[in-house]
Write a protein that binds this ligand. Structure first.
Ligand SMILES: Nc1ncnc2c1ncn2[C@@H]1O[C@H](COP(=O)(O)OP(=O)(O)OP(=O)(O)O)[C@@H](O)[C@H]1O
Ligand SMILES: [Mg+2]
Length: 255
């Protein structure tokens, strides 16, 4: 199967300072690829490059090549908005609009699919059911989204992304701001989504990585610049890491 992402010699600089250099990596479709590594090794910068959000950051410059399901990212047909719908990003802190739960979903659905009211309602319900939120919010769709708990807000963000039928999800520490119960809920959801989506998950939580990863990439920092230290299928990475850095990291001695 064509990989979801084929990354070749990717480098990211901010105002000329290196954040990440020379990353080449394939991430398979319909799988969870987990990115690990210490703070500042370029994990978020890597994710941002995968749907070209990095282009929106002042001073950020990326070089190298990325193919998405076999197609070059630079010439993505439909432009950046279409790309970011197909390759959606979920951040550590849920970013809900300060509007009702309903409007949080309706606005992007209308923008992408038009105005048929029955279709909007149906897509909204499906997306909320997808993330296990429907029963919790169906009677208060007009309440402010900001009144939801952190875990519910994160699931609303996931629902908003899913409503637009993405092919891939980029998740930057999506559970690190949540309590263990809410985090478990999101984890279960990610595990289910793997059958229909390609996921790239940045996490600092090794136990979570062990539970979820199909593939692992370990980034590290050398002379202030991040690089890919090791990548492998998860079983192999956890059972038989190849590098001293990976062995130390897994043993909790570094990073
Ligand atoms: N907007 C920015 N402007 C300038 N430098 C940045 C910017 N974003 C990131 N950097 C720098 O790029 C490097 C990599 O940062 P990045 O956020 O990608 O690391 P990270 O692995 O995600 O770290 P963390 O685990 O703390 O989230 C760091 O040195 C950081 O200071
Ligand atoms: Mg980060």
């Amino acid at each position: 199967m064509t990989p979801a992402f084929e990354v070749r010699d990717l480098s990211v600089h901010y105002d000329g300072a290196c954040a990440l250099a020379g990353v080449s990596l394939d991430m398979p479709a319909l799988a969870i690829s987990v990115v690990l590594g210490p703070s500042g090794c370029g994990k978020s910068s890597f994710l941002l490059a995968l749907n070209r959000l990095s282009e929106t950051i002042p001073g950020c410059r990326t070089t190298g090549r990325i193919r998405l399901f076999g197609h070059p990212l630079e010439g993505y047909t439909g432009g950046e908005n279409e790309l970011r719908r197909r390759v959606a990003m979920i951040f550590q802190h849920p970013v809900v609009f300060p509007l009702s739960i309903r409007r949080n979903l309706a606005i992007p659905i209308i923008e992408h699919f038009g105005h048929a009211r029955s279709e909007i309602e149906a897509r909204m319900e499906t997306a909320l059911r997808d993330v296990g939120l429907w029963e919790e919010v169906k009677d208060r769709l007009d309440a402010p989204a900001t009144a939801l708990s952190g875990g519910q807000q994160q699931r609303l963000c996931l629902a908003r992304a899913l409503a637009l039928e993405p092919h891939a999800l980029l998740l930057d520490e999506p559970t690190s701001a949540l309590d263990p119960f809410a985090a478990g809920h999101v984890e279960a959801l990610l595990r289910d989504l793997r059958s229909r989506l390609s996921l790239v998950l940045v996490t600092h939580n090794l136990a979570q990585a062990r539970r979820l990863a199909d593939e692992v990439a370990l980034f590290w920092v050398r002379d202030g610049c991040g690089f890919l230290c090791e990548s492998a299928p998860a079983d192999r990475f956890f059972a038989a890491p190849q590098s001293d850095v990976a062995r130390s990291y897994l043993a909790g001695r570094m990073g």
